[in-house]
Design a protein around this ligand. Structure first.
Ligand code: ADP
Ligand code: ZN
Ligand code: ZN
Length: 737
């Protein structure tokens, strides 16, 4: 090998920040290699698969130490240039190792070395000769063949095996005979989901929808972010469908991101009814091979609509036309392990680089997106009314101080439930179980423990019987009595759906109850079965968590009870209030129709809380405005930028001292414009046998924060305590717990 020969710079899944250099495989012409191909590589004592980032004449280590790559796995780059560049950007922005960034973006099957060839399947279509055949006489000799011919004749697009699966298994032999006779032809088509042959038109748009669609259509081929801000049922999905239609007519693809919870068969069916086109649906039920197939068919342009959850933001697209993010406020768009990216934020970055429109839709937009509208970065599309005749429900507060409670059900709530059941209606009870009991509340007066040094409440740490402040770290023992009223009735906030279900069953023995949460819907098809019960009216009482809040509509529900309205007031996280407000509005949106308006009742110990009152009386936008002012005053996101360094270990000392060292390192590097908070224990200090600590970095200017992170993050690896902990960096964290 000559001295000047190029080496391969490769991204390998590894916690190291650097890329790795290799010599080219023996039989490969380096000048023909393009970034984005995979190579099999020797790595330590085993092998691994990496992605070529670039070729270089200046190796990062001495040439004689380099090993040759073993095998070239792809002839063409797996990732288009656009995506390669985006992943470099992602690695920079989240300060995450390049190899792991690439690994996150690639389907598992490709990481394991599977060939990048898309699977196709057979499609049978009738030929002109087949159309001439009189199936009457044929049926006497070969009934199966005649049946098949009749079916094929009726179908415009032809039939695939999945449309014939209810036939006896040997239909395949009959089909083969038909092909042999020249009455049927077979072709290979991409293994995707297909829309209906006669797509529906969709309703006539109302004026607000019409304006919104027009503004989006005017921006095809331009980077233009839109916040589609419309109450539940205002027809946002209808706007997505029209915009997608425009893009498809221009021969382009549409990428649609939705929260896991809302990627239901009903949603997919709605898309299928409207578009006679191949779609890639990236749901969690796919196996690795199916996922790879969908990915490849998006990449080569055969899938025109791609619907998926968070990770679908990395789908390669042949000819992208629009990106849509439904429920943009939903926290599930943020990945909470490994590469902690926000699919929503990345979708906007990607749309910008592609010069295409991106629609962020929500009934309860995040404060981040509302600020982007205010600052003129996003266009605002507003749908103020429900599309049909249904009226928005009335939202009220129910004071539960001093009320007798049974598993979070107050006596007046039980009374209300009874009234609505007596009228033959359904009742939905909602419990926000995300997170866990954050604080201690006095059941007599509503007192909660506040930090003496910060304007925040203390968090309950059960196993140590301590109250702690997660801002400044101060702590004190759990009091025996309420310091305000002397009551000994101090309770942790919150309890589970299962216990509530039991209590309901005792109270309303004649009404069937459906519970919807992660436990009750674990088995495949169980959610569908429960929803069917509800829609038939078999269940009268519904109790559930977030899973109930989205995507479904229950027209016979006339009462929605929110059992733990106080959680949002005293959540651990500064976003707890925003989350609770969003959930309340989302849950409220499930109920009611024109002739049966809904009523939403929130149980609270704080009926005078101005934020809760604002939400109930003036709605989400008034609430959001006030919440924005609060955040601005407190210098919190979106008016500040955060990064959270987390560390954990089996003992409590190493994470704390690692973070202390990290803090000192930041200070040495000159953390101009940055406030450092901590180290402090995580809210759930001990989880799965690990002690968890965190260090919060906060800056008014994003650039200040990223300047420090760029120098600091790679050096964390060199800190003395680093070997004793597992650490991770979270840029723009959405949960501080
Ligand atoms: P969102 O996505 O905002 O919740 P959808 O698009 O699902 O709203 O619309 C809610 C319901 O109203 C759906 O059943 C939809 O078919 C219907 N709908 C939407 N737009 C119209 C319209 N312009 N006229 C009549 N019905 C409409
Ligand atoms: Zn404090
Ligand atoms: Zn009290």
């Amino acid at each position: 090998m000559s001295k000047s020969e190029s080496v391969l710079r490769i991204a390998i899944p590894s916690p190291l920040y650097s890329s790795f250099d290799y010599l080219p495989p023996a039989d490969v012409d380096v000048s023909k290699l393009k970034p984005g191909v995979r190579l099999r590589l020797p790595f330590g004592r085993s092998q691994t698969i990496g992605i070529l980032l670039e070729t270089s004449r200046t190796p990062q280590v001495e040439r004689h130490k380099l090993k040759p790559a073993l095998e070239l796995l792809d002839h063409e780059p797996l990732l288009p240039k656009e995506l390669l560049k985006l992943l470099h950007w992602v690695s920079d922005y989240y300060h995450h190792p390049i190899g792991e960034t690439f690994a996150t973006a690639l389907p598992v099957a490709l990481r394991q070395g599977e060939a990048a060839s898309a699977k196709h399947r057979s499609l049978w279509r009738i030929t002109p000769a087949g159309r001439e055949v009189d199936t009457g006489p044929l049926a006497k000799r070969a009934k199966r063949q005649a049946d098949l011919l009749d079916r094929l004749r009726a179908s415009q697009n032809g039939l695939t095996a999945d449309k014939l699966k209810e036939l006896p298994r040997n239909w395949i032999d009959a089909m083969a005979s038909l092909v042999k006779k020249g009455w049927v032809e077979m072709e290979q088509i991409p293994a995707l989901e297909y829309g209906h042959e006669q797509p529906e038109q969709g309703p006539e748009l109302n004026e607000a929808q019409h304006n919104a669609v027009e503004r989006i259509q005017n921006c095809i081929g331009l980077f233009s972010p839109f916040l589609l801000d419309g109450v539940t049922g205002s027809g946002k999905t209808e706007i997505y469908l029209r915009s997608i239609d425009t893009v498809l007519n221009a021969g382009q693809q549409a990428l649609v991101l939705v929260p896991e919870i809302t990627l239901t068969p009903q949603l997919v069916e709605r898309f299928k009814r409207r578009f006679n086109t191949p779609m890639a649906v990236l749901h969690s039920g796919l196996n690795d091979r199916e996922r790879l197939n969908a990915w490849l068919l998006a990449r080569n342009g055969e899938a025109s609509i791609i619907i998926g959850t968070r990770s679908a933001v990395f789908t390669p697209l042949q000819n992208p036309g629009i990106i849509i993010i439904d429920e943009e406020h939903d926290p599930s768009f943020k990945q909470q392990s490994g590469l902690r990216y926000s699919a929503r934020d990345l979708a906007v970055v990607r749309a910008q680089r592609l010069d295409i429109p991106v629609i962020l839709g929500s009934a309860t937009p995040s404060l981040e997106s509302l600020l982007n509208v205010e600052q003129g970065r996003y266009q605002h599309l507003h749908l103020p009314q429900r599309a049909g005749n249904a009226k928005p429900p009335k939202v009220e507060l129910l004071d539960v101080r001093n009320q007798h409670m049974e598993e979070q059900l107050s006596a007046p709530m039980l009374q209300l439930i009874q009234t609505h059941l007596d009228k033959g209606n359904q009742v939905l009870l909602f419990l926000n179980r995300r997170g866990f009991s954050p604080t201690l509340i006095c059941h007599e007066c509503g007192w909660v423990a506040h930090c003496r040094r910060c304007d925040t409440h203390m968090t309950l740490h059960m196993h140590k019987r301590q109250l702690r402040c997660h801002h400044c770290g101060s702590q004190r023992p759990v009091p025996q009595q309420c310091p305000d009223c002397g009551s000994a009735d101090l309770r942790p906030l919150g309890s589970g759906t299962e216990r509530i279900e039991t209590a309901l069953a005792q109270h309303f023995p004649d009404s069937a109850i459906s519970r919807i949460d992660r436990d009750s819907t674990r088995n495949k098809g169980s959610l569908e079965a429960i929803l069917a019960d509800i829609n038939r009216g078999d269940s009268r009482l519904l109790i559930g968590t977030q899973m109930l809040a989205k995507g479904h509509h229950f027209p016979n529900v006339t009462l929605v009870g929110i059992l733990d309205g106080d959680q949002g007031l005293f959540g651990v996280d500064f976003r707890a209030g925003e989350r609770m407000a969003q959930l309340i509005i989302q849950v409220a949106g499930r109920a009611g129709r024109a002739d049966k308006p809904g009523r939403v009742v929130i149980q609270t110990h704080h009926p005078d809380n101005p934020m809760l009152q604002l939400l109930c009386q003036q709605g989400y936008h008034a609430y959001a405005k006030a919440a924005q002012s609060e955040r601005q005053l407190a210098a919190l996101p979106p008016y500040a930028h955060m990064a959270l360094l987390r560390a954990e270990a089996s003992q409590s000392l190493p994470p704390e001292s690692f973070l202390e060292q990290a803090k000192q390192l930041a200070q040495q590097l000159g953390a101009t414009g940055i406030d450092l908070y901590g180290p402090m224990p995580a809210v759930m200090e001990k989880r799965a046998g690990k002690y968890r600590y965190q260090l919060l970095l906060q800056a008014e200017k994003r650039s200040d924060l990223h300047r420090l992170l760029k120098q600091w993050t790679p050096k964390l690896q060199t800190l003395p305590e680093v070997r004793k902990v597992r650490w991770s960096l979270d840029v723009d964290p959405v949960d501080l717990i």
